[in-house]
Design a protein around this ligand. Sequence first.
Ligand SMILES: Cc1cc2nc3c(=O)[nH]c(=O)nc-3n(C[C@H](O)[C@H](O)[C@H](O)COP(=O)(O)OP(=O)(O)OC[C@H]3O[C@@H](n4cnc5c(N)ncnc54)[C@H](O)[C@@H]3O)c2cc1C
Length: 483
Amino acid sequence: MTHRVIYRFRRDLRLEDHLALARALAEGRLVPVLLLDDVTVARIRANARRTAFYCAAVAALDEALRERGARLIVRRARHAGPALVSLARSLGAGAVAWSWTYDGPGLADDRDAVQALEEAGIRALVSHDAPVLSPEEVDLQRHAAGEGYRAFAPFYAAWRRVALAGAANDRLLDGAFDVAGIEGEALPTSHDFGHEPAALEFAGGAPAAASRLAAFLAYPAREYTIARRLFAGPSTAHLGPDLALGAISARCVVRELRALAGRPYAVVEERHSYAEAERSLALRDFFLQLSWHWPRTHERPLQEKATALRFAEDAVGVGAWEHGMTGYPLVDAAMRELRARGWMHPKARAVAASFLCFDLGVSWRRGREIFDRYLIEDDAALATGNWQWIAGVGADMAQYPRIYNPVRQARTFDPEGRYVRQWVPELASVPAHAIHAPLDAPPRAQMELALFEAARYPRPVVDHGAAARAFLARYRAALSHPT
Ligand SMILES: Cc1cc2nc3c(=O)[nH]c(=O)nc-3n(C[C@H](O)[C@H](O)[C@H](O)COP(=O)(O)OP(=O)(O)OC[C@H]3O[C@@H](n4cnc5c(N)ncnc54)[C@H](O)[C@@H]3O)c2cc1C
């Protein structure tokens, strides 16, 4: 008789190229379970788009299981550990398998669930599936294995030396599931999370993620170096939300990029683009391992000495920042894109985050919380790592944090003002030479601006130059005399 193993889908909502699923299969026939526990619900309910995207991904997984004669067994419970113990007992399962999460609260919950299961005499089989390479695999590349990397450059050098696993064989899934006679609850809907169903620009679920990857590889991937830099340039991959829910395998993305880069007729610029896109996936692995090794970073800076540097939790201007009304057109375009789409251009995120932390002096935690109100991507480990990085209190801490000048960034990477025109309609008819700093235009030009909608556009909430100088003075003082 084969053993029953519960497979708990969490942030790995697909069947394809699934390491944790493949490992669990070696233990017996799988009961596919989705647990709507407090930790999961708290993350997913952050905004209506995220909820709709999640529900679509769950529905797609259920459909894929039905094509294999199974279905998703849904359970609602407050705490994962006790719920899994009682489910395993009622189903006569000797083991529960799932894949690790990487953000602080998710990881604590995973570890609690492991403990609850082990205390009940049930095996917990937890594997790495989300990263391209597991933290341990990259750690083994250096002598002090198990310590993790606090800087990206050595991590990336090690990451590139590790061989990538081949695709998990989907044929293994034939006859893999066992749901006979097991009752489940209804699939989650937006209402379960307290939202009305939201319209989505990007459809959710593994098939949609695969199409998105195919569309990216078909052309935009060749221009990725430009896409990352120009705010209104070619499209980046838009795979963040899919990767966050595991609707696509990160290993599959890297394999495809390497295959393209290896084609004999790929030109040098294309190869650069493929390599840079692969580096982005390595950056994702870097932040996942950072949170894995230092889960406390969810609340506290990676750099202990940076705790001496005080950021406000609130300040005049935060509301204007959130609503895209700071008077800095690039920052405002970025925040309005976020609110309108549930997504923001990656480089625009860096500029908008820098503005909040340095120009307004507000904490990275507050910034993360505000982004979370709108982002479809639900990856708290990536959010934390990036916010701390920008705030100069996380990985790769330099002598001084990089303070982005929002006007200079706009003039360099949005020279025609296309991005600003798209998201800040008040400035749509302002000429390119004035669009990024309307108040710096010569007096005559300013009189002309008043004729346009630009008159409705706010004055800057802060003087960037003065704010940056004041911040650097505080930074120097705090780090030379830590409290
Ligand atoms: C302040 C700030 C906050 C961020 N918050 C989040 C967040 O909440 N959730 C989230 O998933 N990402 C976050 N990022 C990382 C990154 O901006 C997004 O992953 C990316 O914009 C997603 O869009 P894309 O798929 O088109 O990216 P692409 O540029 O096409 O990259 C492809 C994939 O590589 C990975 N990647 C790219 N850049 C990064 C990066 N800087 N860090 C980690 N992985 C990366 C992502 O998985 C991304 O989907 C944040 C970045 C900054 C600067």
